[in-house]
Design a protein around this ligand. Structure first.
Ligand SMILES: NC(=O)c1ccc[n+]([C@@H]2O[C@H](COP(=O)([O-])OP(=O)(O)OC[C@H]3O[C@@H](n4cnc5c(N)ncnc54)[C@H](OP(=O)(O)O)[C@@H]3O)[C@@H](O)[C@H]2O)c1
Length: 383
């Protein structure tokens, strides 16, 4: 397997500035998860001369944009922007930008800047080459590490979510500054802005969601549930133990790291973790992880996904139907119906406040002693 260093660096928050967006006509393309959050954050920050939205007129995004006070740009006005934030689905970028937006700009005799929230289409589709020439003056990435809902909620709370920043094409010499302007408006500097290559972001983001955040976690949860149920254990218990409580571990890792999580669970849980975990993620899983990474790096995954979309996504739809019909979903509905929201929220915020972690220790270990909590935590699924 190819082994190559991919560099990156944090950008000093003191460099945050909206100045590079001054007088820009900003057009947000798409008004879904990221589109809505970014349009609202850009507008609230006072970025550019104004912020306008283009999306398909018949969809829910269009209705939401109007409700949020954004006049929708029509197709005739599409070429009027200086800076476009492309927040359409990744698989549509190449087609839309090459066949619709670039010709509209050329017809209007204009050049423009283009910002993405994910490097997929630049790194892995023909758009990558097309985006290195006019009508594109600057092409860059400001990729928040979180869904749009978090981008917006964090900004409203005076913070932000971290973002990766990268430059793809820079005919003006100002692309990095422009990207810093967008990151500033989104609020990302409150949480950290990491500069890297666009392709690096694309690979790492895809790998993270396939290997862990979505693919790996979902498959492990389903397999663990199935193992218990096949062995004759009640589905509700299998769901509660293997799936419903995952957020407790994730919360501890988010706040304290993996070692910090281990310091807060019982010795029994910790011994099982350290001796059984490496058996579950053994040589076969590591080899599968390397293959998944290679498929991303080679462009194989991107090609497969774009082709699947082109054929009307039959395999994707069948896999989604099968996943929804999995018996764990029925067990989950029952467990969630019984779990009161109040207890769940308390548990999530609960380290040091009586919350319950795996191994039922709960609480900060006094003096940081590993596993020193009591067994008095509440079980979020017992109410
Ligand atoms: N969601 C995340 O967590 C996240 C995080 C970081 C980066 N990103 C990146 O952000 C970008 C946008 O993703 P998203 O999750 O925000 O997408 P999304 O929620 O699915 O929203 C997509 C928007 O594009 C519109 N749209 C869909 N098909 C269209 C078409 N054929 N023509 C015109 N408009 C169309 C949708 O319209 P309707 O409203 O009518 O459906 C919607 O407004 C992607 O590059 C993604 O990788 C997403």
């Amino acid at each position: 397997m190819r082994s190559e260093a991919h560099s990156g660096e944090w950008i000093d928050p003191a460099r945050a500035t909206l100045a590079p967006l001054a007088e820009r006509e900003i057009v947000v393309l798409g008004y879904g998860s990221q589109g809505r959050a970014q349009a609202l954050n850009l507008r609230d920050a006072g970025a550019g001369r104004r912020v306008r939205v283009w999306t398909r007129p018949e969809g829910p995004g269009a209705r939401q944009a109007i409700a949020d006070g954004f006049p929708l740009l029509g197709d005739d006005d599409l070429g009027c922007g200086d800076l476009y934030c492309c927040l359409l689905p990744d698989e549509l970028h190449a087609e839309f930008l090459m066949r619709t937006l670039a010709p509209a700009l050329t017809a209007a005799g204009r050049e423009a800047e283009l910002c993405f929230a994910h490097g997929f289409s630049l790194a892995f589709t023909p758009l990558g080459a097309a985006a290195r020439r006019p009508p594109w003056r600057e092409v860059f990435l400001v990729a928040p590490s979180g869904p749009g809902e978090d981008v917006r909620r964090a900004r409203l709370a005076g913070g932000g979510v971290p973002a990766f920043l990268g430059v793809w094409h820079d005919a003006s010499g100002e692309a990095r500054q422009r990207a810093i302007g967008v990151a500033t408006a989104l609020g990302a500097f409150a949480a950290g802005v990491f500069a890297t290559e666009v392709r690096t972001e694309a690979v790492v983001d895809l790998f993270g969601e396939q290997a862990v955040l979505c693919g790996g976690v979902s498959a492990l949860l389903a397999a663990a549930f199935d193992t218990l149920v096949t062995a004759g254990y009640p589905p509700e218990m299998a769901y509660a133990e293997c799936i419903q409580q995952l957020h407790l571990t994730v919360g501890l890792i988010e706040r304290h790291g993996i070692a910090g999580m281990r310091a807060r669970i019982s010795p029994t849980a910790r011994f099982g973790d350290l001796t059984r975990g490496p058996r579950i993620v053994g040589a076969a899983t590591r080899s599968a992880l390397r293959r998944v990474l290679e498929e991303i790096e080679s462009g194989h995954f991107a090609h497969e996904w774009v082709e699947e979309q082109r054929r009307g996504a039959p395999r994707f739809a069948a896999a989604e139907r099968e996943a929804v019909a999995d018996p764990l979903e029925a067990a989950g509905r029952e467990v969630r119906r019984r779990a009161t929201r109040a207890v769940g929220d308390e548990s999530r915020a609960g380290v040091g406040g009586g919350g319950d972690g795996p191994g039922k220790t709960g609480g900060e270990p006094p003096g940081g002693a590993p596993g020193a909590g009591s067994a008095a935590g509440e079980n979020p699924v017992d109410s």
